[in-house]
Ligand binder design. Structure first.
Ligand code: FES
Length: 144
């Protein structure tokens, strides 16, 4: 069955830091904030652990978008992991169009542990944007 724009439900992989964004996601869930069910969370100790290969692999394996989210600059529990993540995301966003993947399919945010509202809003906004973009073209070129 062909998917139309109206029934397209994107798959979004979120690689989130244990100390900040994962806690915010937990807070959003326990507070029953309304959030899109399209996100698959991957809990990591720090955004500095997100190898660019993980992002490319996720996008080539069926994810329509990847969100990386962690502690605000200056708050990383491993001092500079989030700065490493920021540099990697910038480079990935330059490389992704060569794979036919729009830059908007990779997003980096900083969401603190007490920001459940911000987590839910980020998820809802990203899901809306990816629905507008449609399915990732990389899905059709997947070789598994
Ligand atoms: S510990 Fe949260 S981004 Fe490094």
């Amino acid at each position: 069955m062909d998917r139309t724009e109206t029934d397209f439900e994107p798959t979004i992989v979120a690689m989130v830091c244990n100390w900040c964004t994962y806690t915010a996601a937990d807070l959003a869930g326990t507070a029953r904030m309304i959030q899109s069910p399209n996100v698959r969370l991957i809990r990591m100790m720090c955004t500095g652990m997100v190898d660019p290969k993980y992002v490319i692999k996720a996008l080539l394996s069926g994810a329509d978008a990847v969100l990386i989210s962690g502690c605000h600059p200056g708050d990383c529990h491993y001092i500079n992991g989030n700065y490493k993540a920021r540099r990697r995301v910038k480079l990935l966003q330059e490389i992704l169009p060569r794979f036919g993947i729009e830059q908007e399919r990779l997003k980096l945010t900083w969401i603190g542990a007490s920001d459940g509202n911000e987590f839910a809003a980020t998820i809802n906004e990203l899901t809306k944007r990816i629905k507008e973009l449609g399915p990732s073209a990389a899905k059709s070129t997947m070789v598994i």
